[in-house]
Design a protein around this ligand. Structure first.
Ligand code: S3P
Length: 182
């Protein structure tokens, strides 16, 4: 871990609050917010869902790896939200852990399903049984998120405001927030 790194990275399953918390945290600290999916969409000129449909998951993962490496290589203070599958690649796990201060926003598959059951944007959840898919994703990824993270924030039963507060407090206590007052 680079102790002076000012890149704060948020990881976790789809629906765990990475983008919402990331945007609010960036505002609180007065630093930029970057969402790797959004950067990919700017580069490809279309939605992640369409990219998956046209080129497949592996092509998406290649692009995601490039974008995450670029975002982490620039040490300027920023909040980075990653796509839920970023931890599947060892290269991403390493670069995030080494260059960022990583927060895993941990939520149960049941809770995520409640938040995402009407979602049409996430390609991996457009299946007959999205609740079961979320259980599988959790089983496959929970340990990967935990090993990539420096901090695990349990978001069970928290509102997005409470979750933001929890992450901000943890970061500010650890001295990794660019600014410690809001
Ligand atoms: C994915 C999560 C998505 C997006 C892509 C793949 C995943 O991001 O990167 O659809 O594998 O879990 P969010 O976690 O922001 O939904």
């Amino acid at each position: 871990m680079e102790s002076n790194s000012k890149v704060v990275a948020l990881i976790g399953l789809p629906g765990s609050g990475k983008s919402t918390v990331g945007r609010q945290l960036a505002k609180r600290w007065g630093i930029p917010f970057l969402d790797s999916d959004h950067v990919i969409e700017q580069r490809t000129g279309g939605a992640v869902r369409d990219f998956f449909a046209l080129y497949g998951e592996e092509a998406f993962r290649d692009l995601e790896q490039t974008v995450i490496a670029e975002l982490c290589a620039d040490p300027a203070p920023k909040i980075v939200a990653t796509g839920g599958g970023a931890v599947l690649r060892e290269a991403n796990r390493q670069v995030l852990h080494q260059h960022g201060q990583v927060f895993y926003l941990k939520a149960s598959p049941e809770e995520l399903y409640q938040r995402l059951r009407h979602d049409k944007t996430r390609p991996l959840l457009q299946v007959a049984d999205p609740a079961q898919r979320l259980r599988e994703l959790f089983a496959a990824r929970d340990a990967l998120y935990a090993q990539t993270a420096h901090y695990v924030i349990d978001s069970a039963r928290l509102t997005s405001h409470q979750l933001l507060h929890r992450v901000a407090m943890q970061a500010e206590m650890a001295g990794i927030a660019p600014r410690t007052t809001s």
